[in-house]
Design a protein around this ligand. Sequence first.
Ligand code: HEC
Length: 138
Amino acid sequence: MTTKTLLAIGAAALSLGSLTSHADPVDFESKVLPILKETCFDCHSKEHVDAKTGKLKKVKGKFRMDSPALMKKGGSDGDDLTPGDAAKSAIYTSITLPDSDDKAMPPKGDRLTKDKTDLIKQWITEGANFGAWKGAAD
Ligand code: HEC
């Protein structure tokens, strides 16, 4: 094999590598969970006392997101997470609604960037796989 052929094979392998890594499934615990913890758990996890303000934080909309089962179960309106279907998953639709919509999440503070909403969409479309994450036991 000539050096030129080897180089060509190397370049092809490299571009293939970047293509496949782009299509890697989204890892819940390292990619999605940190976003939810930062922007949603304040109002959608087990009732708790906020460490900073000392205020009691109740569960909003009867919707907890702090375990896979609770996220799938959903809150008062339901259809909060439908694996494989982001359009039927309010955890995705609510973060893409315009600020002016009552159901836009989070209801106050900064909205999520498109990079983050796209990541959550991809994770749901891929089947909402939680990996080894168990979340809250009760
Ligand atoms: C400051 C508190 C707060 C934060 C932070 C917050 N939410 Fe909410 N959320 C609410 C309230 C209040 C409701 C109930 C609204 C209603 O019933 O009209 C709600 C309802 C929901 C519902 C509907 C549940 C159902 O079945 O009725 C979804 C889905 C939701 N939130 C997703 C999210 C997501 C995703 C995030 C993070 C990006 C988030 N929320 C962050 C306060 C919050």
